[in-house]
Design a protein around this ligand. Structure first.
Ligand code: ADP
Ligand code: MG
Length: 334
């Protein structure tokens, strides 16, 4: 069973009163035992050596930061504030040396300093591969922003720059050989190794965004998930997607950026009349956000349309025409 098939199967299993159904960025819990108008958010993410990172290419501090950032980003994507984390380490017989393990915890401490979070526990066991599972607990002071709230006419926004982490991955695999300025190289490596979850932005968008997700699987794939959860179609302007200026800006390079994962930017929808409020939040936080499209009609068969070079195409067809795979959650709705 593929990941999206398993998640779709689980979506239909009602977890009971007080708990959100599986399938959003993280679990949402409400109940009398929580302060009124307060929601508990839970998110967990794993990193396995050889699959998600290579020790030879990733410092322990970057790894510690990233495992925290990934799980925190899912809480930010619902407008929540990550608070405390638990980490489970699985160590192989030939374990990473002590310095490397200590570095992981100093990366975690750096993350905690930056975002005012804490590591409060975890577990250590022996296993075949070196891996980490990180659980973040957060809270939300009012109803969290789900993926399912987008309405016809809402504007589609994305924070930051799209596609840099994907380039960082390619760079680390030796698959990206453009001659880059040192400063661009640093920025790309940084986006990949030390992603910045948009926690402050997510918090400010609470009550304003109608749907939100963090870009972990690629902008096209993740927007597909919002469309599917909201039963809406949407159209984006490919030229408006904020890519880095090392991208040529042609259709293929922008589509590649929109198919790359791990950006951890926030992709959200908001009513058109909130346009000025969104821009004000962006200005006050000094956090760029870009308007990239609009939510279209209600439909039981959501489509993601891409306007590029004067032509409107279905996302999956345009990707296919460039030899790019349909990705992640979007794949099964094509
Ligand atoms: P993201 O890419 O945002 O981290 P995922 O695709 O990992 O999100 O997860 C989407 C949703 O499915 C979340 O609600 C998560 O808790 C749930 N989920 C993922 N895998 C499983 C699983 N094996 N069992 C139960 N729930 C899962
Ligand atoms: Mg997510």
């Amino acid at each position: 069973m593929k990941e999206f098939e398993l998640i779709n199967f689980l979506k239909n299993s009602a977890p009971g009163p007080g708990f959100s159904a599986i399938g959003d960025d993280c679990a949402v819990i409400e109940g009398d035992w929580l302060a009124s108008d307060s929601y508990l958010l839970l998110s967990t993410d794993s990193m396995i050596e050889g699959r998600h990172f290579l020790r030879s290419q990733t410092s322990g501090t970057d790894l510690g930061w990233k495992v925290m950032a990934q799980a925190a980003s899912d809480i930010a994507a619902m407008g929540g504030k990550p608070m405390v984390a638990l980490i489970s380490l699985t160590l192989p017989e030939v374990a990473p040396d002590d310095d490397y393990i200590k570095q992981i915890y100093s990366g975690i401490a750096e993350f905690n300093d930056r975002y005012d979070t804490s590591l409060v526990g975890g577990d250590t066991c022996l296993g075949k591969d070196f891996s980490m599972a990180l659980t973040f607990v957060g809270n939300c002071s009012s109803r969290p922003v789900l993926r399912s709230g987008a309405s016809k006419g809402d504007q589609i926004w994305v924070s930051g720059t799209i596609g840099l982490a994907g380039k960082g991955l390619a760079l680390s695999q030796g698959k990206f050989d453009t001659n880059l300025e040192q400063s661009d190289l640093k920025r790309i490596e940084n986006c990949f190794q030390r992603p910045s979850p948009r926690i402050e932005l997510g918090d400010k968008l609470l009550g304003l965004a109608t749907a939100m997700i963090d870009v972990s699987d690629g902008l096209i794939s993740d927007l597909g998930l919002i469309c599917e959860a909201s039963s809406q179609s949407a159209q984006i302007e490919l030229d408006d997607v904020p890519v880095h200026n090392i991208d040529s800006g042609d259709e293929l390079s922008t589509l590649r950026a929109c198919s790359a994962g791990e950006d951890y930017e926030l992709l959200f929808t908001a009513p058109a009349e909130k346009n000025t409020s969104v821009r004000e939040i962006s200005k006050n936080l000094n956090q760029p956000v870009t308007l990239i499209g609009q939510v279209g009609a209600n439909t039981t068969r959501p489509k993601l349309l891409i306007h590029s070079q004067g032509v409107i195409s279905q996302a999956e067809k345009l990707l296919e025409s460039h030899g790019l795979p349909p990705r992640g959650g979007w794949e099964h709705t094509a």
